[in-house]
Design a binder for this molecule. Sequence first.
Ligand code: NAP
Length: 325
Amino acid sequence: MPRVVIFDETGDPDVLHIVEEPIADPGAGEVRIRIEAFGVNRLDQMARAGASPRPIRLPHARLGIEGTGVIDAVGPDVEGIEVGDAVMIAALPDADVRGAYADYTVVPVTAVVPRPPGASAIDAAALWVSYSTAYGALVEKAGMRPGDHVLITAASSSVGLAAIQIANQIGAVPIAVTSHSAKKDALLAARAATVIATDEENVAEAARRHTGGVGVDIILDSVMGPGLAELATAAKFGGTLITAGWLDPRPASFPVGALTIYRYMSFEHTLDPVVVRRIAAFLSAGLRFGALKPTIDKVFAFEDVVEAHRHLEKGQQIGKIVVTV
Ligand SMILES: NC(=O)c1ccc[n+]([C@@H]2O[C@H](COP(=O)([O-])OP(=O)(O)OC[C@H]3O[C@@H](n4cnc5c(N)ncnc54)[C@H](OP(=O)(O)O)[C@@H]3O)[C@@H](O)[C@H]2O)c1
């Protein structure tokens, strides 16, 4: 019988358990995916812990906004996709019902994109959410250009590492900010132009030093919290601050002054088929030329999904945590 990870109440990783259930048939406009691997995302952890920005339908909630696999069945009125096609899930706002932590899931055909040729299931499971978020925030929203200096916080997160690669792909200058100085070498190896560790230096001062006193063009921040206003002083006059996450759950101190500020949610782009096509083409090009390559921190087996969440919560990872099915 096919397996699904569910939770009946929110809480610690132990609330997750595996049940066996019959698989649903796809309805009109839907496809069924046999999942091969899924990425473990911070949004999954927030949903499980009771901190989701969207309401979660309990009990028997599913989990998982990201996954990859093979089309296993196609519903009526579906064109352009066939049984056997390898795909990635592009957007799953109702992951509590259709979540990818399972052997199978049924999703609207509009919620899938082709898996890039040559990408393994593990790489593909680590690709879409982090790269579409970094691309959407930096390119579509902030208008990143070649030569821009871009300050990227939580640099060893999967979004942070994707942002470093995308900045390099475009010809911008990625300045990585990490909370752990021990990760500096790994971030330089990941092709950050330079690394600022918040446990040993002041970010804004260091950023100004690295930009000849001018400040950076764009800040991509996934931490927020009370340090946000101070972080924003790393930007040049008229620069852009784009927030994409709130890893620090304390209230954020939004800056005032001559900055353009965006609060970014990737669903703004991943639910828009025109932008999804653009993202998919950009990612395929980057993979083809070797500019983009997902960083995998650790791969867990399906039975060890609770351990995968415990690992995420330690915050020691560099890159994506993936579970194979
Ligand atoms: N806006 C969107 O649509 C969207 C989509 C996807 C993800 N996100 C957000 O992007 C952020 C990164 O997500 P992810 O899944 O790539 O990351 P993740 O793997 O959960 O990131 C963990 C890393 O974040 C850094 N970090 C800094 N402050 C932290 C704190 N207070 N607690 C824990 N970690 C902290 C650490 O890296 P360092 O040691 O390098 O500091 C840590 O290794 C999250 O905030 C997530 O919610 C947003």
